[in-house]
Design a protein around this ligand. Structure first.
Ligand code: ADP
Length: 326
């Protein structure tokens, strides 16, 4: 999955490069900077001394020393001064400069902390949105796996204003679900595990014929939609946050059975209205269930015509759900 939001300590990430939220001197500080220097060892500071600092919005690279990551990209985010001092542009630039530098150094996996959201005071929900949008846009044109590493999540979970609408949507659907027993029963039947198959003695008459009239498969519908919409394969799998290898598997296997998050990711990438999204899911044997927060959140975005997979993943993360993509 090209962009993943994870909860971790960035100094533990086994990636080609981690990114450090440094200050302009590059001579060490608190927060994530302090943690990275402690884990990398004193050689990191020695190399940083040779770099001559770094301006806000720009980035410089060093080795990772004792870190599991091979490199550290040091970038400087803006200090929050109310939001009208070019903070957003500088934060976008800090992410972009780091990504460009990672690309130039042939890094395929990169982990970012939430730059500026600690001591520098950028409101966490806005910092998260800038991070997700900027990384997401970059990944539309580049093959890379980027982790956004969130250390303390409390500030932008359900209490967050941006997610209040989604929380209400989930509540409404849950309430409806729990007051409609037939629907719950229907879902349980729909999702019941298959019964153990009896050894088959003779193929019932007509079954062979019925099997020969299989409907269009998931893969066929996906490829047809891509053609109809005039998209390229790459545009589609990137918008779905799916990597190229997985897409090639789906393309070359007409009966490929994707996971539910993958199937949903393609419904989002194709910007299918809810009816067609349901149809595509059903091709893979799935349905939107109102007994699942994951499903309700994705449905919420589709119903509101918001097909930005990175925003959807941000919301899924906030509600502790797995993310869309491969
Ligand atoms: P800034 O000065 O850019 O605000 P900080 O280091 O103060 O940088 O904080 C940036 C973000 O990094 C904060 O959200 C903080 O919670 C987070 N953070 C702190 N330590 C770690 C760590 N070890 N791994 C990942 N993120 C961390």
């Amino acid at each position: 999955m090209p962009l993943q939001i994870v909860r971790n300590d960035i100094t533990k990430m086994k990636v080609d490069t981690i990114v450090n939220a440094a200050n302009e001197s590059l001579l060490g500080g608190g927060g994530v900077d302090g943690a990275i220097h402690r884990a990398a060892g004193p050689e990191l500071l020695q190399e940083c001394r040779t770099l001559g600092g770094c301006r806000t919005g720009q980035a410089k690279i060093t080795k990772g020393y004792r870190l599991p990551a091979q490199y550290v990209i040091h970038t400087v985010g803006p200090v929050w001064r109310g939001g009208s001092h070019g903070e957003q542009a500088l934060l976008v630039s800090a992410y972009r400069s780091s990504l460009e530098l990672a690309l130039a150094c042939h890094c395929e996996t990169v982990a970012f902390p939430l730059i500026s959201s600690g001591v520098y005071g950028y409101p966490k929900d806005q910092a998260l949105q800038v991070a997700v949008d900027t990384i997401g846009n970059f990944l539309l044109d580049h093959e890379m796996t980027v982790y956004l590493v969130i250390f303390d999540r409390a500030a932008y979970t359900i209490g967050n204003k941006r997610f209040a609408d989604i929380a209400a949507y989930i509540d409404d659907r849950y309430v409806a679900e729990h007051t409609a027993p037939e629907e719950a029963y229907r879902q349980s039947v729909l999702f019941a595990p298959p019964m153990a198959a009896e050894p088959c003695r003779a193929v019932p008459e007509g079954l062979n014929q019925a099997l020969s009239r299989l409907d269009e498969s998931f893969s066929q519908m996906l490829l047809r939609k891509i053609d109809e919409l005039g998209m390229t394969d790459a545009q589609c799998y990137k918008k779905a946050n799916i990597d190229r290898k997985l897409f090639s598997k789906i393309r070359s296997d007409v009966h490929y059975k994707p996971s539910k998050p993958t199937a949903m990711a393609f419904a989002v990438a194709l910007e299918l209205p809810l009816g067609e999204a349901r149809e595509l899911l059903s091709k893979a044997g799935f349905a939107f269930s109102h007994a699942s927060k994951f499903d309700i959140i994705v449905e919420y975005f589709i119903a509101h015509g918001n097909y930005n997979i990175f925003e959807i993943n941000e919301a899924l993360f906030a509600f502790d759900q797995s993310l869309l993509g491969g």
